[in-house]
Design a protein around this ligand. Structure first.
Ligand code: AMP
Length: 464
């Protein structure tokens, strides 16, 4: 997963991009970068780590100009190393160009094998670089035409911000799998993965960029084109369930309100007599509030989360069991002891965290622990940009709900139904723009076909 931002027509574009990246940090914590343009040159700073660790006044001063794009990365394709950090910037025959990508291309390996067989030399192992190679090879003459030419060959999920010396382009794949919104900042424009970035930089939300839409911004203003054949939208349902920040709005639907409603529906589908409803922080907070309201069981903060544990923390020894989870979460005995507890989380992936959390709640004296999940069982990996483990590591891909309940040692386990999820999130309701949802991780129905491994092996042989 990743987050992207683009600014055009602001004298401090890179500073604004930097601030916006703070609001998008939850979308990726491995690396971050900004490319700015002063009209004649693109300049790049990118590093591994958090936005706040990478950028300071000195580094931002090296990024002058009225336009910038920024990126936070959480790798789903390509290794987590500096050469794969984004934005990726290149010089080619038509000038300089930088790209920031949220999503995942399903035919990148196939395209890469073809391009390499034709002599292209890749600098990175990230799927995004194929877009730049395809653009460099395009016979079109304008940047928007080159972008459209390149993107007609790629398949998968992409919300992109591209920057040349004089132009910002924001484009969303025809299915609109990943979000991307458009806003105004003073006389300039901003695009960002999530609307929470607009709030932080005091930009005004204008609208979501439509699936399949390309927005072109230069000094003459903003134009919009739709270069791809129409295809039904398939917004990622997991953005509402887990990934986006609760203070964002996607397709006209508040992420917070949607999560609360998922919790309400969960309470209707899986009621249980209990004394307290607690969230797994932070992922289960809004849904647990919904569950508590609907069930009229009191809400409590039964688990405290430390916000100071970095991703890079290494367990010093095995002498304290479950050290990792204990470092992040601790139980509040006052809330849990002697109680029948409903604990709400958004999803179960491998089941390992849930098992440890339930053990923790019991050791704090809970009498019963009932686990409620505000989405259906996760049965398939995401191929469109969410970092999920392979199918064999997904507990629900091979185990029944009863087997999962036994593994996590809960007294009962209830998942939201697929119909419940769809009815609660479906963007066609409430006047938001229409379309389908991509729920492949819950249904195994993948809206974009994958390239079969046998064909990839063949292509690799050709390019070897
Ligand atoms: P697990 O113990 O493996 O079942 O992990 C479950 C926890 O992982 C839940 O608290 C989820 O909020 C969280 N989660 C779900 N999807 C992801 C993801 N793609 N990346 C990181 N955490 C996730």
């Amino acid at each position: 997963m990743c987050g992207v931002i683009g600014i055009f027509g602001h004298p401090e574009a890179s500073n604004i991009a930097y601030l916006g990246l703070h609001a998008l940090q939850h979308r990726g914590q491995e690396s971050a970068g900004i490319v700015s343009s002063d009209g004649t040159h693109l300049r790049l700073v990118r590093e591994m780590g958090y936005v706040s660790d990478i950028f300071n006044a000195e580094r931002l001063a090296k990024l002058p100009g009225f336009a910038a794009i920024g990126h936070v990365r959480y790798s789903t394709a390509g290794d987590s190393v500096l050469k794969n950090a984004q934005p990726i910037a290149v010089d080619y025959s038509a000038g300089s160009l930088a790209v920031a990508h949220n999503g995942n291309l399903v035919n990148a390996e196939e395209l890469r094998a073809r391009l390499e067989a034709d002599g292209s030399i890749f600098q990175t192992t990230s799927d995004t670089e194929v877009i730049l190679h395809l653009m460099a090879r395009s016979r079109q003459t304008t940047m928007p035409d080159k972008v459209a030419d390149a993107l007609r060959e790629v398949r998968g999920a992409y919300s992109l911000a591209l920057l040349s010396e004089t132009m910002l382009i924001a484009v969303r794949d025809p299915m609109g799998i990943r979000p991307l919104s458009l806003g105004r900042i003073r006389d300039g424009w901003v695009v960002a993965s999530e609307t929470c970035a607009f709030d932080l930089i005091e930009a005004e939300f204008v609208r979501d960029i439509d699936p399949g839409e390309m927005v072109i911004i230069d000094k003459t203003g903003l134009k919009t084109v739709r270069p791809f054949p129409d295809s039904p939208a398939h917004r990622c349902v997991f953005e509402w369930v887990y990934f986006s920040r609760p203070d964002s709005t996607i397709a006209g639907r508040s992420v917070y309100r949607t999560r609360e409603n998922l919790g309400r529906r969960l309470a209707v589908e899986h009621p249980v007599p209990a004394d307290v409803v607690i969230p797994v922080p932070d992922s289960g907070v809004a849904a647990s509030i919904g569950y508590a309201k609907e069930s009229q069981i009191p809400f409590g903060q039964g688990l405290m989360r430390s916000h100071y544990v970095g991703r890079t923390f290494i367990e010093p020894s095995q002498s304290i069991r479950h050290f990792g989870v204990k470092l992040k979460l601790s139980p509040v005995r006052e809330v849990l002891a002697g109680k029948r507890v409903v604990v709400v989380d958004d999803s179960i992936v491998r089941g390992t965290t849930s098992r440890k959390i339930i053990g923790m709640i019991r050791s704090a004296g809970a009498k019963e622990v009932h686990l409620r999940i505000s989405s259906p069982p996760t049965i398939g990996p995401c191929h469109y940009g969410i970092d999920t483990p392979s199918r064999d590591e997904l507990i629900a891909a091979s185990q029944t709900v009863e087997q999962i309940r036994a593994y996590v040692e809960a007294d009962s386990l209830g998942y939201l139904s697929a119909e419940g999820l769809r009815a609660t999130v479906a963007p066609s309701q409430d006047g938001a723009d229409g379309g389908e949802l991509c729920d492949a991780c819950f249904s195994n129905r993948y809206p974009i076909a994958l390239v079969p491994p046998a064909r990839l092996r063949q292509l690799r042989l050709i390019s070897a």
